[in-house]
Write a protein that binds this ligand. Structure first.
Ligand SMILES: [Ca+2]
Length: 374
């Protein structure tokens, strides 16, 4: 398995990012969104699908905002509810929208991955493809994000706040999809070439494991690699490039420290420890806690200086991080949308206009757009 040695370098970079020369203006396209979580452009249309964590799927376009019928029944509470939404690669023909949400299981709750067909203003044929096992009585760390790569659907989940920080931690348990990235066929079957398919006691859907709480996921536009962002505890938040069968370390290797006391959980990621190290991590410590959210590679023409750069939302410190990306390594370039007091929840690039679309968190969540100044 390939080792990523970059984080040791990345950790030494200053966390305060320089201002960037490319000017932009900010438009608020929609406000008063109740706890929005994800946005997704619907291919071939001028519409954006939005999820509200309380359980509504909305369609936005410049003339207004409408609620779709047929959304999944969700368990809303803690960090749970309706979470990610993603249009199938063949959406123009099939109408499939994939979603993740919190639902009941095993006397507790768990993250579900499912899909429904968009038909006018209705979602139809709702089908659950995966319900993470086991369900747990916790309101924390549901993940989750969805992406499509190599003809399959991937989803990243959280560890549900599991507190045994040793080798028996649930993120290290191949029998549970908690704290993993899964890979399924578009119809929800387990592919025979998944790394643990057919292995005794293992969940065949698992593609990678040892993740704490995946909150961002995107596909590199040139390499096709799956990239994720995940929360550390106090600091130690990570950007990872996903490898088949990789163990990403949580909680046996981590740059995070405890919320109380600032104690290390484990040795930091280091070469030779048997875990896949992040390509970037934020430093340890409560003041450095930079919980990432949605992420996207910039592929538009509107901001030519940012072509190929990586955008990663930030919740607690309220900015949109811009990274240069080169050969799988990333370097901080700028903090966009600073000093506006917006917790950034998700980001996407407009497929036609190349503008940057951002969803902010909270009970007065906003859909905003960045376009070049002038
Ligand atoms: Ca890790």
């Amino acid at each position: 398995m390939t080792r990523h040695l970059a984080p040791l370098l990345a950790a030494s970079l200053p966390i305060a990012l320089p201002a960037h020369a490319q000017d932009y203006t900010v438009e608020v396209l929609q406000d008063n969104l109740d706890r929005p979580w994800a946005l997704e452009f619907l291919p071939g249309t001028d519409r954006i699908a939005l999820t509200l964590r309380g359980g509504d799927v909305m369609l936005w376009h410049p003339d207004g905002l409408v609620e779709l019928s047929g959304a999944p029944d969700v368990v809303f509470g803690g960090q749970g509810g309706l979470l990610d939404i993603a249009a199938a690669p063949d959406f123009a023909q099939s109408g499939w929208l994939y979603m993740t949400w919190t639902g009941a299981r095993d006397g507790g709750t768990t993250t579900h991955l499912g899909r429904a067909r968009l038909d006018g203003m209705a979602l139809r044929d709702l089908d659950v493809l995966q319900a993470v096992s086991p369900g747990i009585d916790s309101g924390a760390h549901f993940g989750s994000r969805i992406a499509f790569a190599d003809g399959h659907v991937f989803a990243g989940f959280g560890d549900r706040g599991f507190k045994n920080f040793g080798p028996d931690h649930i993120a290290q348990d191949l029998g549970s999809e908690n704290g993993s990235v899964i890979r399924l066929t578009l119809d929800g079957d387990i592919p025979a070439d998944n790394p643990f398919a057919g292995q005794d006691g293992a969940a065949g859907a698992i593609w990678s494991y040892g993740h704490r709480n995946i909150q961002g996921m995107t596909v590199h536009p040139e390499t096709g690699a799956l990239w994720v962002a995940e929360h550390g505890e106090a600091g130690g938040d990570e950007v990872n490039v996903i490898e088949r069968g990789g163990n990403y370390g949580w909680p046996l290797a981590s740059h995070a420290v405890t919320y109380r006391g600032g104690n290390a959980f484990a040795p930091p990621h280091q070469p030779g420890d048997g875990f896949v190290a992040p390509v970037f991590h934020w430093p340890a410590g409560r003041d450095n806690h930079n919980p990432p959210s949605g992420m996207a590679f910039y592929t538009g023409d509107a901001f030519p200086d940012w072509q190929g750069h990586l955008l990663v939302g930030n919740l607690l410190h309220r900015y949109l991080a811009l990274f240069d990306e080169d050969n799988g390594q990333i370097t901080p370039v700028a903090r966009l949308l600073e000093n506006r007091n917006w917790r950034i929840r998700d980001v996407a690039v407009g497929p036609d206009d190349g503008f940057i679309y951002v969803l902010t968190d909270g009970e007065d969540g906003k859909l905003i757009r960045l376009r070049p100044a002038g």
